[in-house]
Design a protein around this ligand. Structure first.
Ligand SMILES: [Zn+2]
Ligand SMILES: [Zn+2]
Length: 478
């Protein structure tokens, strides 16, 4: 006995039962009208483009605001932001020097880790989630604490930082994003700080921060606070606490700062490259555990860009987000309130859209049967006539579609004679359980053999629509 699968193996194609199309015209329908843009004239395209630029802030700004010349080997030294570049490029070497010349003191080691978390959280829980995104509300003491420790991370004032970050969210991946991931990993990590920006970041509203006395106080005293929290205080604490001034400076001060800097920079670089996009893949932000690990929990960046004012980055209990836990702790001790969470239902929609998109992509790798709009239409009588023609074609009508089963007859598990007896007839009842209730695979395979639609033998949806006979769907919850 020869099974279909054996026959398939001997054939070069995966779908051996390809029908021979009927030589009949296909009526015009919405689906086979040529797409609009093919008929568009050059003038109308230009007009459309002009309209787009006029109504699109990013396109308009990019066109009207001049850009600084690109950085080349001949002009790079003029384009370097020297104070920032000096700090960022020398600090790893100072840290290395300290590492090789300073003795290990366990108290300093523990203190360095604590100071890393405190200044890092000043950025993640303070600058980022509180000031840039207003993901929760904090009492006055907590605002000051976060601003003071945030200054110890030496990343500019909260006002400057939030202004750039709000532009990053609003213009993600465009040239108005100050650290656009489209300009490469190096640029989004540190290049945007080392070199003068080629253009101003896009407009972002920070009037709330201008009105905030705590943010303004930090902005005015930023340099003093930065020096105090980053170098002076860690040196003094280690020196006065356990006599390790040198370790306090090199480890809790400089080495810790290197880690805090690159930890934050990874949110702009690594978090826009590494991982998956479970909520939206139209832009570069990605979710990854490794990024979360090195950024105090800011690694679920795809979620964050979708739901930026949510105080969480990680949704699941096992995902690493110490910043979220810290904010919850602030709430428990009465320092924070109104922690914002996006509704679960809205978050699920993001997941659903991405799952659907993935399924759709998979669906596009599969060959699907022709729909009624792609097939010729024949009457039942014409179908009977066509069936009588002695051209080796065996036509069977099932559920309104006429199928050319000639290449399949020999492989029909139910036998050749059975199909033969339905040539030129309506086999719908027999196929749908009258004789044998065919499985889904059989339905799918049969659909691939469609060669025509039988007029009045089934519902030709696109004709009904054209003639205005579209019925109102029955409401599900009526
Ligand atoms: Zn981002
Ligand atoms: Zn953000």
């Amino acid at each position: 006995m020869v099974y279909i699968v054996d026959k398939l193996k001997t054939l070069s194609t995966c779908m051996p039962y390809t029908p021979k199309p009927l030589d009949l015209p296909i009526p015009a329908s919405e689906q086979n009208i040529p797409p609009k843009d093919q008929t568009q004239t050059q003038a109308s395209i230009e007009q459309e483009e002009e309209e787009f630029i006029k109504n699109n802030y990013v396109a308009r700004t990019l066109l009207n605001e001049p850009e600084l010349p690109p950085i080349t080997w001949s002009n790079w030294y003029k384009e370097v932001n020297w104070p920032q570049a000096a700090l960022l490029c020398t600090e790893p070497f100072i840290a290395l020097y300290g590492l090789f010349t300073t003795g290990f003191v366990w108290q300093t080691f523990i203190f360095t880790i604590i100071w890393y978390f405190l200044t890092g959280l000043g950025i993640t829980a303070g600058y980022h989630r509180l000031f840039a995104h207003r993901a929760y509300e904090a009492t006055l003491p907590l605002r000051y604490i976060l601003l003071v420790f945030g200054a110890g991370a030496v990343q500019g004032s909260a006002q400057w930082w939030s202004r750039g970050h709000r532009a990053h969210h609003r213009y993600t991946d465009t040239d108005l994003d100050p650290y656009s991931a489209h300009k490469g990993m190096f640029y989004s990590h540190i290049g945007w700080l080392i070199f003068k920006p080629r253009r101003k970041p896009g407009v972002a509203d920070v009037t709330d921060l201008h009105r905030d006395p705590t943010v303004q106080w930090q902005h005015r005293n930023y340099l003093t606070l930065a020096f105090l929290m980053s170098f002076i205080l860690p040196t003094l604490i280690s020196g006065l606490g356990w006599g390790d001034y040198r370790g306090g400076y090199f480890f809790a001060g400089v080495l810790r700062l290197v880690f805090v800097h690159h930890s934050t920079f990874c949110v702009n670089s690594l978090a826009h490259y590494l991982g998956d996009a479970p909520f939206d893949d139209r832009h570069t932000p990605r979710d990854h555990f490794i990024t979360a690990l090195v950024t105090l929990g800011e690694g679920y960046h795809n979620f964050h860009h979708e739901f930026p004012s949510d105080y969480r980055n990680a949704l699941k209990w096992f995902q690493y987000d110490p910043t979220k836990l810290m904010i919850s702790f602030f709430k428990t001790i009465g320092l924070a309130h109104n922690l914002k969470e996006f509704p679960h239902n809205e978050i699920q929609k993001g997941r659903y859209t991405m799952a659907h998109k993935e399924l759709d992509k998979f669906g596009r790798t599969i060959a699907w049967p022709k729909g009624s709009a792609e097939l010729p239409i024949v009457t039942y009588e014409e179908y009977q006539e066509l069936s009588k023609e002695d051209n080796g074609r065996a036509l069977v009508l099932i559920a309104g579609f006429i199928h050319d089963v000639s290449n399949f007859i020999d492989s029909h598990p139910g036998g050749r004679a059975f199909i033969r007896s339905y040539v030129g007839k309506d086999a719908t009842v027999a196929f749908y359980g009258g004789v044998h209730d065919h499985n889904t695979a059989a339905h799918n395979m049969l659909a691939m053999m469609r060669v025509a639609v039988c007029k009045y033998g089934g519902e030709v949806e696109h004709i009904k629509k054209r003639l205005g006979h579209v019925q109102t769907p029955t409401p599900i919850f009526a």
